[in-house]
Design a protein. Structure first.
Length: 270
């Protein structure tokens, strides 16, 4: 039987994990981040997104871990790969990347029962200036959101920090998808919104584990899901970017479980 006696759950249904649990999340998050590091070399013009997903599947297996997405609600791949105007949940397939395409690769692994969920942006060849700026703003928005994480602040403070920055750059925050609690499960309360008002929402407490994963569009925020029931695209066909970290709330801030071991968690590494 699963041990449900440890830890506690807040009135908002958010599980509070124990100090020892950070190590499990760190290990899972590190593997997911290492996989994303290794993918940098593979994202080149001419490769298909299915080929990229195959490499990820093999790396998860080689590490003795499990993919959280294979079999999740009928999903069949180890990653989501979202190219250009695809906002999230792009399904790997026979689409060939061409020079200047930007894409998000999102990987979730399970290591010893702990979930590590992270995504970042890649470029096939060279991005144009607008794409480059979009990725930079999205990355910085995620990090500003993480900077708002500490006990006593609220989830609304995270969303407000992200929204305020993104809109100051004349870009828009997607409302239709959000971050989520995780830990020994993939998706748990709360919904982590990437917009909102300071001081609203549940209070942050030490021991909460969740993702922050803002999606930012160059155009309007509206999305639609294609007939495959997964692929979300911008309604106005504008470019979209996303970055995601899994984090834990510490006594005075946040521990980022999915930091790039190679220090490559940045759109302008090349
Ligand atoms: N990794 C995604 C997230 O950030 C979820 C992907 S679910 C899938 O929550 F089934 F589409 F893979
Ligand atoms: Co996530
Ligand atoms: Co993810």
């Amino acid at each position: 039987m699963k041990d449900q006696s440890r830890g506690r759950v807040t009135k908002d249904g958010i599980r509070i994990y124990e100090a020892a649990d950070f190590a499990g999340m760190h290990k899972a998050g590190r593997l997911a981040a290492e996989i994303l590091d290794a993918m940098i070399a593979h994202v080149v013009p001419g490769v298909t997104t299915a080929a990229l997903d195959r490499i990820i599947t093999d790396m998860v297996e080689a590490a003795g871990a499990k993919s959280a997405t294979i079999g999740y609600k009928g999903y069949r791949h180890a990653s989501c790969i979202s190219v250009n105007h695809v906002v999230c949940h792009g399904i790997p397939g026979d689409k060939t990347l061409k020079d200047g395409d930007i894409l998000n690769i999102d990987v979730t692994v399970i290591v010893d029962g702990w979930f590590g969920d992270t995504s970042r942006m890649y470029v096939a060849g060279r991005p144009n200036r607008r794409a480059e700026r979009l990725m930079q703003v999205t990355h910085d928005a995620l990090m500003l959101g993480i900077e708002a994480v500490k006990p006593g602040n609220t989830f609304g403070d995270i969303g407000a920090a992200i929204q305020r920055y993104v809109e100051s750059q004349r870009m828009s925050v997607v409302r239709d998808f959000c971050g989520h609690g995780l830990g020994q499960v993939f998706h748990a309360p709360p919904n982590v919104l990437h917009y909102g008002r300071p001081g609203t929402g549940a209070a942050l407490e030490e021991g909460m584990f969740f993702t922050i994963e803002p999606m930012v569009n160059l155009g309007k925020p509206q999305t639609k899901v294609l007939a495959d029931d997964w692929t979300a695209v911008t309604r106005d066909k504008s470019l979209s970017a996303q970055y995601e970290h899994s984090i834990g709330v510490t006594a005075d801030g946040a521990e980022i479980f999915t930091l790039s071991p190679a220090g490559k968690f940045h759109p302008t590494w090349g």
